[in-house]
Each structure stands twice: as C-alpha cells, then as structure tokens.
Design a binder for this molecule. Sequence first.
Ligand SMILES: NC(=O)c1ccc[n+]([C@@H]2O[C@H](COP(=O)([O-])OP(=O)(O)OC[C@H]3O[C@@H](n4cnc5c(N)ncnc54)[C@H](O)[C@@H]3O)[C@@H](O)[C@H]2O)c1
Ligand SMILES: [Fe+2]
Length: 399
Amino acid sequence: MYRFYCRFYQFIMRIAARFIPFQEPEIIEGSGRLSQVVPYLKNQNLNRLLIVTDQGMIATHLLEPLLQQLHTERIDYFLFDQTTPNPTIDTIEDALGLYHSKRCEALLAFGGGSPIDCAKAIAARVANQQKTLPQMKGLFKVGKSGIPPFIAIPTTAGTGSEATLAAVITNATTSEKYALMDPALTPKLAVLDPLLTVGLPKPLTAATGMDALTHVIEAYIGKSTTRTTRSLCLESIQLIFRYLHCAYQDGSDLEARAGMQKAAYLAGKAFSRSYVGNIHAVAHTLGGYYGTPHGIANAIILPSILREYGSTIIKPLSELADAAGITERSMNQREKAQRLIEAIEKLNKDMQIPSKTKVLEKDIQAMAKRAYSEANPLYPVPVIFSKKQFQDIYYRIKA
Ligand SMILES: NC(=O)c1ccc[n+]([C@@H]2O[C@H](COP(=O)([O-])OP(=O)(O)OC[C@H]3O[C@@H](n4cnc5c(N)ncnc54)[C@H](O)[C@@H]3O)[C@@H](O)[C@H]2O)c1
Ligand SMILES: [Fe+2]
C-alpha cells in the first residue's frame, strides 16, 4: 500500500515538475577563467562579499589570485574558512553571523561541495530569518525572495552542487544528513576552471569522480527522467569513462580535468531534475553517522544496490554502458548491464577505493530507517526497498 502511495506521489511530482521554474547558473568556463569573476562582480555592482571556503582550500593557496584581484579592484570581502566536510548547522549559523555582522550583499563559495552547500544554506537563512535550517528540510521551503547573489567556484569535480538546487547539510547533534531543495538555491554563476582541480589529490579525485558517476546512474535509472536529463546523463557518463581514470593517474592532464569538471556539472543538472536514489539515501546515513566521505560512500554502495535492483534496470544500465563505450556489438542488454557493474568495480579497485566501509552493527537498524525515509516517497527509484532490504545493504558493505 505504501509503495502505491510512493508511486502516486512521484507521479504527481512528475506532473508538477513541468511547472517548476528550474534554474540554471550562468557559466564561465575554461582554464584561467577564474580571473573573470571580479569583472563579473563589478558588472553586477556587488561590493561586499562573504567568501565561504575551508581550511584545506586555504592550504592550497588557490584562492590568493582572486583575493588579490578583489583587493586591487577595491571590492570588500570577508573570509569564512571554517567549513567542515559534510557542513553542519552550527558552522552554517556561524557563517551567517559573519555575513550579517559585515553587512555582506553576496556569497561566493570556493571549494568542493561542502563550501558550496554551506554557502547555499547561508543564502537560505539570509532569505528566511524566521525559519531554522531544519524547518527548510525537503522540497521548496526556501523561496526566492531575499536570496542574495551567489557564485559557486567548484574545486572538486563531483558533487555538481554548482548546478543543483540542493544543499546537503548535517545536524551534528542527531547525526542526520539531509538536503534543502529549492530552485532558488541554484547558484547565479558557476565558474568551471579546470586549473583549480589540477592539485586535487588522488583519493579526492577518485571519490568526487565516483560521486558524479553515482549522480548519473541514479538519475538515469530512476523513473522521473526527461529527454533532456537522459541526454545529460549519457554525455556525462561518456566523459567520466573517458577521463576519470586519466585525471586520477595524471592530475596535471588538463583535458581530463576539464572533462571531469564538465561531467560533474552535467550530472548535477540531470539529478537536479531527475533526483538521486537509494544509493544516496544510504550514503547520507554513512556521512551523518561516521563522516564517511560522500563520494567514497557512494562508490562502495553503488555495485551492491545495482545488483539488488537486478533485472529491473537492465535496459537503462545497458544504455549507460553503451554511452560509456565499454560494450561490444555482440552483447545483449543483460551482458551490457553486467559489464557496467563490473567496470564500476574495476574503476573502484584501480583508484584504491575499498569495497567495504565502517558500519557498526548497533547502528544498522536506525540507519536503514533513515535511508528508507529519505528515499521514500520522494526518490523515483527503480525498486522501492523495504527496511529489511536496506539493512541487507549495510551488512553487505560492512567492513
Ligand atoms: N548540493 C548537492 O547537490 C550535492 C551533491 C552531491 C554531494 N553534495 C555534498 O557535497 C559534500 C562533499 O563535497 P566534495 O566531495 O566536493 O568534498 P568537500 O567539499 O568536502 O572537500 C573535501 C576536501 O577536499 C579539499 N579540496 C577541495 N578542493 C581541493 C583542491 N582543488 N585541491 C586540494 N584539496 C581540495 C577540501 O579542502 C576538503 O578538505 C558532501 O557534504 C555531500 O553530501 C552535495
Ligand atoms: Fe552525491
């Protein structure tokens, strides 16, 4: 009965989606194009900026040319560099305090998904001073009125947050990780400069690349695709299979870095409209409970859940496998789908991603319940898992 309700809910959401004003960021793209941000700010007459980043980014010195340029052009900026991976509500509230006390008028996120999502959540709070972040959990609780101008400059190639309507945040007290989803949270401008990802260490290249791959697969095998999102997914997986391992092997390969940046962006656009699924629902619990890096969690869960879906996803998986360029003419759909799962496992292995991760027996029941509630009724997953099926997944990936 509940499954029927979920499918009905997803059907209504599919119809409603036609009337939702999905947003797309303006893009500045190409090596060295970071230098175009300050002219953009001047053009928009934005003069007081909160820059949201993290300590890891400060250590890379990648931000310095931008700060120098801001200084030269006399644009006031204030730095919030305390974003934590899997950004927490407390961190976001601290940053919000700085935004208000410095009377900022725009936000610029510089870093991976964590600073970008932190900045999105700040924007949500700036626009909704009477609402708490937990009150904005879920769909369409933010609203576009009062959202400050927001620029996203990704330095990882994975989350696609620079293109999405989602901000994923963590409540450190309850270990709950969840998303605020509203078209108003889509950045105004996204800057895709591959030079910013050249120094991304191998483990981060691997993890974030697998996050992008999970977005593509979950968006494509779900039941709310559109012609546009299907074509975004096929283009993205082609780029991922062409460039992820190259970017991992040789971080200075600019073509591969640019390819992965584009792939992550396209995947972000696709899942903004077509959602993620059970894999992300489980990954978010691992992030919330153990701080497992998001991309690693996805990479480990991906093969298990695809196998659990079994024959229900053979056709879409075979199409993805074709686009990835890993199939042969003589293969049937089942063989192609199988080839894709094996290729994912090989990619994980080649990039030193383990096949198991930390899961404590005592947490499994509660995590399964949370994953079940995150996935249902919202995500148009190929198979609606029972709580027992979720529990089995945790046992399968338990180190
Ligand atoms: N909003 C969305 O649509 C969306 C989608 C997927 C994931 N997410 C969220 O994004 C977060 C993960 O983001 P992430 O995977 O990009 O990692 P991250 O932002 O947490 O960064 C991880 C580490 O990488 C470092 N780093 C980033 N860029 C670097 C560079 N160029 N060189 C060296 N070090 C660098 C950072 O300093 C940090 O220490 C999670 O919270 C996840 O849930 C959001
Ligand atoms: Fe993700």
